[in-house]
Design a protein around this ligand. Structure first.
Ligand code: ADP
Length: 541
């Protein structure tokens, strides 16, 4: 048949239109829609089905299905395996050649599997479930770099197709293939962009979480299932004194004894459980810290959080010690008072007047001791609460020292004597009563911690606008390790418990607090076994 010039012109026009418009949209379904619209008049059809072919898996999948005016959901079409013989789609894929048939009912009687689908999306196997409605079909391969990657089917229930239509469709499908590829690439680019944005967001979240972990006050670290330490935050560095670099990839056991038992001692909670805190002593370069740990299991290990409870622990201990010491300190004089009073009250024995007087004296002394202990406890409490007022007046130092020594001397044990070395330093700004209280405490201690007796020397001097009062003894002395701690509330030295009876551990604490309120300081130097020297400094008036 000679080519029909009018039809050739129409074909050229349609191809041009396809080239122009198919590439306009970047959505595959819209590309298919436009393809169908462009050839609506040139190739009348009741159905258009576009399938893709995956050469690796040898599977044909429906990508677009328009049947009897309806766009169908492609998921209703099961993926098909490429058939070795027969099957119209399979044949196009196998040969890479287009196919025109005007006798579909006859074709489907061949070998192969054929389906027919209507506008309601009902799929029937033909001819087993009745004859196909489709009379004629154009099947065109979609190629990419010479390989078939899909098939376009145009179907009609009433007409027949001719070679010219096949040619037109072929040309159009070539354009369609390119347009769909572009659309796919665009979709992929969008997806990759979205994935990159999501990855960036996750990275930002991670970074923020890491910043928070760095900033929190609790030590936090992770240990993987192979026991190696990974993350180690700044607080962990500060509390333990070990840098993240120094512990990285080491095992807990390598950090020392306390750490080695962490896994066994601290139960690791699962995500849905409440972690239980366990407080453990951890040795760090000879320093014992009490750390409270919680542990949470993660995908590939355990995350530990810990805080330093050393202070709280010491506080608890000192509270306990306080109760024990104060009760002991009160019980001893009370027992004596009670015993003496009961003896005096007995009607069955006649006490010599001298004995009665001694018993009464003992009651007076012990009652004074009782009130001393309670006074100390009350004063320490008031100092803590900031309720103690200290006068700031001119106080003649040598005068207060002489008066205090005079008052104390008669009560000292016979083995102890006091030597005065007063350097007429002048006056300080302070509170005479409170300064006297400090001196009584220091002189009392000097005598108490000189169990074998000795000389207590009280010295006063002036230097650089400061006035110094020293109380030196020849007693037990104080171990270097204890010298800082003896000014703490309730702290009692080890030796004092063994060698000397009595004491609340409040005396030096009260001295330091009172002196601070007068703008003064107190310090100690000592040779264990040979004596101690307490030095008070105040501003000269
Ligand atoms: P207390 O005497 O009631 O124990 P202090 O606060 O006065 O409490 O003293 C605290 C500790 O300091 C004492 O337990 C003792 O170990 C030590 N200490 C104080 N003064 C002396 C001293 N002159 N010589 C030796 N040790 C002392």
């Amino acid at each position: 048949m000679p080519p029909d010039p009018a039809r050739q012109v129409e074909t050229a026009r349609l191809l041009l239109e396809a080239a122009r418009y198919l590439g306009e949209t970047l959505e595959p379904t819209r590309v298919y829609e436009r393809f169908r619209e462009i050839l609506r008049d040139a190739i009348p059809h009741d159905g258009v089905i576009v399938s893709s072919f995956d050469p690796e898996q040898q599977v044909i999948r429906c990508e677009y299905a328009w049947v009897e005016g309806e766009l169908l959901d492609v998921s209703i079409f099961p993926p098909l395996r490429l058939q070795a013989t027969g099957g119209m789609q399979s044949e196009v894929i196998r040969t890479g050649l287009p196919l025109l048939t005007n006798d579909v009912p006859n074709r489907v009687r061949d070998s192969g599997t054929y389906y027919d689908v209507d506008g309601g999306g009902r799929i029937r196997k033909v001819p087993e479930e009745g004859p196909p409605k489709t009379q004629a079909a154009l099947m065109l391969p979609v190629k990419h770099e010479g390989q078939v990657v899909g098939v376009v089917q145009l179907m009609t229930d009433s007409d027949a197709y001719d070679e010219a239509q096949l040619e037109l469709a072929e040309g159009m499908v070539a354009q369609l293939g390119a347009a769909v590829r572009n659309a796919r690439l665009h979709e992929e680019a969008l997806r990759a962009g979205a994935e990159a944005a999501a990855a960036r967001a996750t990275a930002r979240e991670r970074e923020r979480a890491a910043q928070v972990l760095e900033a929190v006050g609790d030590g936090i670290f992770s240990v993987d299932d192979a026991e190696a330490i990974g993350f180690w935050n700044r607080a962990a560095e500060t509390i333990t004194g070990m840098s993240a670099e120094a512990v990285h990839a080491r095992t807990l056991a390598e950090l020392g004894d306390g750490w080695a038992t962490l896994r066994a001692s601290v139960p690791a909670a699962r995500a849905d459980e409440r972690p239980r805190a366990v407080t453990l002593p951890i040795d760090l370069d000879g320093r014992e810290l009490w750390l409270s740990f919680v542990a949470v299991r993660t995908g590939d290990g355990v995350v530990y959080a810990f805080r330093d409870m050393t202070f709280e622990r010491q506080f608890e201990e000192s509270k306990y010690e306080f109760v024990a010491t104060v009760s002991h300190e009160l019980r001893t004089p009370m027992t004596a008072v009670l015993g003496a009073a009961n003896t005096l009250l007995r009607g069955d024995i006649d006490l010599a007047p001298e004995t009665s007087r001694q018993l009464l004296e003992m009651i007076a002394t012990q009652a004074a001791r009782l009130s001393e202990v309670t006074e100390s406890v009350l004063l320490a409490g008031r100092l803590d609460r900031g309720e103690v007022d200290v006068e700031r007046a001119r106080v003649d130092v040598d005068g207060v020292v002489a008066q205090t020594v005079d008052a104390l001397e008669p009560n000292l044990p016979a083995t102890v004597r006091i030597e005065r070395s007063l350097g007429a330093p002048g006056a300080v700004i302070g509170d005479a009563n409170r300064l006297q209280q400090v001196l009584i405490n220091l002189l009392d201690n000097a005598a108490k911690y000189s169990p074998n007796g000795g000389t207590i020397t009280v010295r006063t001097a002036r230097a650089d606008g400061r006035i110094v009062i020293e109380v030196a003894d020849e007693g037990t002395g104080i171990d270097a390790a204890e010298r800082d701690r003896i000014f703490e509330k309730f702290y009692r030295g080890d030796s004092s418990n063994r060698l000397v009876p009595g004491g609340t551990g409040l005396g030096l604490y009260i001295c330091r607090e009172l002196l601070e309120r007068m703008g003064g300081t107190i310090g100690v130097s000592s040779r264990p076994g040979a004596g101690s020297t307490f030095t008070v400094e105040l501003t000269a008036a």
